[in-house]
Design a protein. Structure first.
Length: 82
């Protein structure tokens, strides 16, 4: 299932369009907020809502310590087996 088939909220569409651009695989939350004109907290709320369904929040932050996120269809899903 692709995000374009499910997401209908205008704010959520803005966030997913920012993630779906061809230039970047991983984006910072702050970069998405700047591109979409949404507050960082709103962007993070949307990303968490769809984490591991359509998005993946990285366990490793960016160089400046901000969270990184990518579309699952671009970055894949990591399964850890113990």
């Amino acid at each position: 299932m692709k995000w374009k088939d499910v997401i209908t909220d205008p704010d959520e569409i803005k966030v997913f369009m920012a993630l779906d651009g061809p230039t970047y695989t991983w984006r910072t939350v702050s970069a998405i907020a700047r591109q979409t004109d949404l507050p960082e907290q709103r962007v993070l709320q949307i990303l968490r809502k769809y984490n591991m369904q359509f998005t993946r929040l990285s366990v490793t932050p960016s160089a400046n310590g901000t969270p990184l996120v990518g579309l699952l269809e671009k970055v894949g899903c990591v399964i850890v087996i113990y």
